[in-house]
Design a protein around this ligand. Structure first.
Ligand code: HEC
Length: 155
C-alpha cells in the first residue's frame, strides 16, 4: 500500500514538473533593480515573522516596532528609479502593502488588540500572494522601456 502511495506521489510530482511553465508576467529588470526588490522582499518576510512572533507574546509595542519599518517609509528609499521600470499596477500593489504596515503599526499602538492586528496582517498578506501569483522578475541588460514614463523636456 505504502509503495502504491509513493509511486502515485512520484507520478503526480512528475506531471506537475512537466507542466510547470512559469506563466506569470515577466518584469524585465536590471541586476541592481532585482537585488533592490528582493532585498525589500526579504525584509518584508523577516518583518512579518517578527510581527507574528510579537503577536504570539501579546507584545503590541514590539508589533508596532517591527511593522513601522515596513511602512511607506521603506518604499521611499530610492524607489524613484524603480517607478520607471515597473508597471503602475505593481507599484500600486506594493505601496498598498506599505500603507497596510503603517496602519498595523498605528493600530498596534492605539488599540493594542492582537486579534485585530492578526486580521489586518492576514488580509494584507493576500496582496503578497496576489502579486507573487502575477509577476516574476527577469534580468535583462536593457530593461523594457514600455512602462517607463517618457522624459518630458520643457522647451
Ligand atoms: C507588488 C508585488 C509584490 C508584493 C506586494 C509582494 N511581493 Fe514579494 N516578490 C515579488 C516579486 C516579483 C518577487 C520575485 C518573484 C520571482 O521573480 O519569481 C518577490 C519575491 C519575494 C521573496 C523572495 C526573495 C528572494 O530573495 O528571492 C520573498 C521572501 C517575498 N517576495 C516576500 C514577500 C512578502 C512577505 C510580501 C508581503 C508582506 C511580499 N513579498 C509582497 C513581488 C511582490
Amino acid at each position: 500500500m505504502k509503495k502504491i502511495i509513493a509511486m502515485t506521489l512520484c507520478l503526480v510530482a512528475t506531471t506537475v514538473t512537466a507542466n510547470d511553465i512559469d506563466e506569470r508576467r515577466v518584469l524585465p529588470v536590471t541586476e541592481m533593480q532585482r537585488n533592490h526588490i528582493l532585498t525589500e522582499m526579504r525584509a518584508l518576510l523577516a518583518g512579518t515573522q517578527n510581527i507574528l512572533s510579537a503577536l504570539a507574546r501579546d507584545d503590541m509595542a514590539a508589533v508596532a516596532r517591527h511593522a513601522r519599518p515596513l511602512g511607506t517609509g521603506m518604499a521611499h528609499k530610492g524607489e524613484d528609479h524603480m517607478q520607471a521600470a515597473l508597471p503602475q499596477e505593481f507599484m500600486r500593489l506594493g505601496m498598498s502593502v506599505h500603507k497596510d504596515f503603517d496602519q498595523i503599526a498605528a493600530d498596534a499602538e492605539s488599540l493594542k488588540n492582537p486579534k485585530h492586528t492578526l486580521k489586518q496582517l492576514s488580509e494584507s498578506m493576500n496582496k503578497c500572494v496576489a502579486c507573487h501569483a502575477a509577476y516574476q522578475l527577469r534580468i535583462t541588460d536593457q530593461p523594457e522601456k514600455s512602462h517607463a514614463q517618457p522624459m518630458r523636456h520643457k522647451h
